[in-house]
Design a protein around this ligand. Structure first.
Ligand code: PGA
Length: 248
């Protein structure tokens, strides 16, 4: 397999628990000589200098498209540079639909961080009412989320995260994921992750779908022992025949 495994903490974990989490994962990856790419997106208040190995990337869930200035409540690249952060999530559904970022805002942000060479995990996905209209509407909606986005950017990873699956406990079916990923892969060459209620028990099945290069996980990744198991599954080549100890 050798898949990308990413954890989005969202508004969870403290400075202390983030450090414990990152130290545990670093140690685990060192001990097991894990070589696939792992990402952790802690809350910005927990950013710090971490002693991590080369396959572990710490990123931000959001930042403003500016170096510094008068943008109350935002952080810019001057603050990120302090912690050596060069990875950012852009276009996450919670920023689009809860915070209200428009495609124009998102494209501006994308182009700013692209110009600085950041690794960008760019998220797309349709709400339930669009999914219910069928595949053509779903793809049309997703393709509009590529407006203003350079899909040939070399440091790009895309995450397909249907809005109705995020934080709901209802993951997309294997068929849904396979269908959308196949269509998206006709348009993009960047690695393509799936996200939306990915759980430890179902992880291997998702990672085995054609055109799935990894996962972006929220809720189920916040427990460090479960996240270690996710990394383990993603680090293997081929199927794992052993039983992974998981509760859901
Ligand atoms: P979830 O979140 O795994 O809790 O659904 C995924 C995400 O928002 O990236």
């Amino acid at each position: 397999m050798k898949k990308i495994i990413a954890s989005n903490f969202k508004t969870n974990h403290t400075r202390k628990s983030t450090r414990e989490f990152i130290d545990t994962i670093t140690q685990y990856m060192d001990d097991e000589s894990i070589k696939n790419d792992v990402y952790i997106f802690p809350p910005t208040t927990a950013l710090d200098q971490f002693n991590i190995n080369e396959n572990l990337n710490i990123g931000v869930q959001n930042a403003y498209n500016v170096k510094n200035g008068s943008f109350t409540g935002e952080i810019g690249t001057e603050q990120l540079d302090e912690f050596g952060i060069k990875t950012i999530l852009i276009g996450h559904s919670e920023r689009r639909h809860v915070i209200g970022e428009s495609q124009k805002d998102i494209a501006l942000k994308y182009n700013y961080f692209k110009s600085l060479g950041y690794k960008i995990i760019y998220c797309v996905g349709e709400p339930l009412e669009v999914k219910e209209e069928g595949l053509t509407s779903t793809l049309g909606y997703i393709f509009e989320q590529f407006d203003g986005i350079d899909l040939d950017y070399e440091n790009l990873v895309i995450a397909y995260e249907p809005v109705w699956a995020i934080g709901t406990g209802i993951s997309a079916t294997i068929e849904d994921i396979a269908t959308i990923h196949k269509k998206l892969k006709k348009k993009i060459t960047a690695p393509l992750l799936y996200g939306g209620s990915v759980k430890l028990c179902g992880l291997q099945d998702i990672l085995e779908i054609d055109n799935v290069d990894g996962v972006l996980v929220g809720t189920a990744s916040w427990d460090k022992d479960d996240f270690k198991k996710m990394i383990y599954i993603g680090s293997k080549t081929g199927s794992i025949n052993e039983k992974i100890d998981c509760k859901n």
